[in-house]
Design a protein around this ligand. Structure first.
Ligand SMILES: [Cu+2]
Length: 490
């Protein structure tokens, strides 16, 4: 059995001095980067032919490597692979047709382009911005992604089951590299709610899980395999696009046996800093540059969150060394996100809480059918500003959480009063993360901001994208049991 040392948490804890020195609202920000090179100028979109993407959401029995030879009824977007990875040049238009061939009547499926600042009618949230796409029907999306980076797409209803059955694709908008890396790989980390012996899915959601941290899967994988070995060129600077696409489980990611730097968070470039440990809750991404091991040697991506740290994937070097000299990862191109005006910004605290007094503690009975085919949830365990999303999925929209003025900046204090963590995802915009009252965070942007237990994180953004936009927890069971809201920009 593998054992791992535990790197220090020092880098992530906000000490008294850091808090005392922080500006503004007294939140801790900033961390000195360990590598010298600054971000390059933003990428300039080029002129390219349209990128055509044809998706058919359907049930396709699939024997992933992790399933020990058993086929399970995955739901996927393409017949070729359970995990389509679309790479497109910056400036091209993505034209997607989706046909819904899911096997259950009323199981609708539109596509949300997570992290991409699309026009509102392309955002894929059923009822809020487009009609639901029922089995037998289709829909066409057409937009030019305005940013480079690592994104993904998925449906936006009954997501605990849709994600649980595998329905996801990766979208990479290229053009952010300043010099070529020696490799560029996707590492999608997730559980499966699978009984491997029996070759069956376990219930995708339970009341007990939905009212607490969520229902974890017992089968932990990267790219569909348990601790897969990934071959990388030896002694090379390799880009890994690491995506947590679990419905529920956060990981505390680190690396053993190699130098590695975080170069982007949620697709947005950051000045490279060492990957020590980085907590990634569902939907969060980091782009990492790792100096791969020598020929035949290995390094490991590790989740330090369990009591016994777990190897997520093994990186094996192969061939002649590609690099010499000290590790100094090439930075990416800076984002062109609009900088919020922090002085003129409208400010507000938004509170994420459990419904009722104290923590949400539902009955312990197993809950098959907690969610119905219309993304119905019959339980309200969680609230945003004291209000649960109504218990009928997206079908009847409550009043908006906030009505924002187009072009204005906003500073939000996202306050978690619960003992569980919540990754809060914003649609149509990207947050500048200003600081936390619990941790020292590097300056960065994110479309999915992690709130630890009892943590408050300050974010800011320019409300420059008109429409109706979701703000919700990306733990699928929390989203579906109340922790979901929307705001308007007009
Ligand atoms: Cu949550």
């Amino acid at each position: 059995m593998l054992t791992f040392s535990r790197p220090s948490r020092r880098r992530f804890l906000a000490g008294t001095a850091a808090l005392a020195g922080a500006a503004g609202l007294g939140l801790a920000t900033g961390r000195a980067p360990a590598y010298g090179r600054p971000l390059a100028a933003p990428a300039v979109p080029g002129t390219f032919p349209d990128v055509e993407l044809d998706l058919v959401a359907a049930e396709r029995p699939t024997a992933l490597p992790a399933f020990a030879g058993k086929e399970l009824p995955l739901w996927t977007f393409t017949p070729d692979t359970w995990l389509p990875v679309v790479r497109m040049p910056f400036g091209a238009r993505l034209v997607t047709t989706i046909r819904n061939a899911l096997p259950r009547p009323e199981e609708h499926a539109s596509i949300h382009w997570h992290g991409i600042r699309v026009p509102n009618d392309q955002d894929g949230v059923p009822y809020l911005v487009q009609p639901p796409v029922f089995p037998g029907d289709g829909f066409r999306y057409s937009f030019v992604p305005p940013d480079t980076g690592t994104f993904f797409f998925h449906t936006h209803c009954n997501t605990a089951e849709h994600i649980g059955r595998g329905l996801v694709g990766i979208l990479i908008v290229e053009g952010d590299a300043t010099e070529p890396y020696d490799a560029d790989e996707v590492v999608l980390v997730r559980d499966w709610r699978v009984d491997v012996e029996a070759g069956v899915f376990l219930p995708f959601t339970t009341n007990r899980g939905a009212g607490r941290a969520g229902t974890y899967g017992p089968l932990r994988t990267a790219n569909g395999a348990v601790n897969p070995e990934m071959a990388l060129p030896a002694v090379a600077d390799c880009r890994l696009r690491i995506i947590n696409f679990d419905p529920t489980r956060p990981i505390d990611l680190g690396i053993e046996g190699a130098d590695a730097a975080i170069v982007a968070i949620d697709g947005v470039a950051v000045v490279p800093f060492p990957l020590d440990r980085w907590i990634m809750a569902p939907a969060m991404r980091i782009d990492v540059v790792v100096r791969s091991p020598a020929d035949g040697a290995v390094a490991r991506l590790v989740d330090y969150r369990p009591d016994d740290p777990l190897a997520i994937a093994t990186l094996r070097g192969a061939g002649e060394p590609r690099r010499t000299g000290a590790f100094d990862p090439a930075p990416l191109r800076a984002s062109a996100l609009p900088p919020p005006d922090l002085v003129a910004a409208g400010t507000r605290t938004i509170t994420f809480a459990a419904a009722g007094e104290g923590d949400a503690v539902p009955p312990d009975d197993p809950a098959f059918g907690l969610l119905g085919p219309l993304c119905l949830s019959f339980n309200d365990f969680w609230t945003i500003d004291a209000r649960s999303w109504p218990g009928d999925g997206h079908a009847s929209n409550p009043p908006p959480l906030a009505e924002l003025t187009r072009g204005r900046s906003y500073r939000w204090l996202l306050r978690n009063t619960t003992q569980h963590l919540h990754p809060i995802h914003i649609h149509g915009h990207t947050f500048a993360v200003l600081g936390s009252d619990k941790r020292t965070l590097p300056p960065h942007h994110a479309d999915t901001v992690l709130l630890l237990a009892d943590e408050t994180v300050e974010v800011a953004f320019v409300a420059d994208n008109p429409g109706r936009w979701m703000l919700h927890c990306h733990i699928a069971e929390h989203q579906e049991t109340g922790m979901m809201a929307y705001f308007t920009v007009t």
